[in-house]
Every structure is written in C-alpha cells, then in structure tokens.
Design a binder for this molecule. Structure first.
Ligand SMILES: [Fe+2]
Length: 81
C-alpha cells in the first residue's frame, strides 16, 4: 500500500466507519460536505470515527508500517471520484 490511501466517500454516504490503530503512526484526513477539514491521529490502541458523509483517507506518517483494523456497514461501498 502507498503511504496514503485513495480518498473516498461511501457510495451509501450516510454510512460511518471506524478505524482502530494496531501499529505505527498515522493520520486520518477527513472533509465534511460543508468543507470542514479534520486531521485525526491514528496511533496504536486509538480509535478514529469517520462520520457519515465525510470524505476520508489515511496517511502513514511513521517510519514503519501503519496497521489498522476498520469496520463499516457491508453495503457502504466506495466512491473514489
Ligand atoms: Fe471508508
């Protein structure tokens, strides 16, 4: 995986997502429909909540692998456009 994932919004845009950091140091870059930007650290043993309708991508800012577990409703889908 590249150091930064492709940003996306969910096809079913009202579906949220949770990321749980396992290893490494990362950031979640998010943008709301109104254009508000938030950058949330994802370190080991931390949780990042991506609200519904927010565009999001993760960035590895450490020297090692960034390992995360993520959960979202199965019908969310991804829109990379
Ligand atoms: Fe997502």
């Amino acid at each position: 995986e590249y150091f930064m994932t492709r940003g996306h919004i969910h096809n079913q845009a009202d579906r949220p997502e949770i990321y749980y950091g396992q290893k490494g140091r990362g950031l979640m870059l998010m943008e709301s429909p109104e254009g508000e930007v938030r950058i949330v650290p994802i370190d080991a043993q931390t949780v990042c909540y991506v609200p519904p309708f927010w565009i999001h991508r993760s960035i590895n800012v450490g020297d090692d692998d960034l390992v995360m577990l993520f959960c979202y409703p199965a019908d969310s889908g991804q829109d990379y456009e």
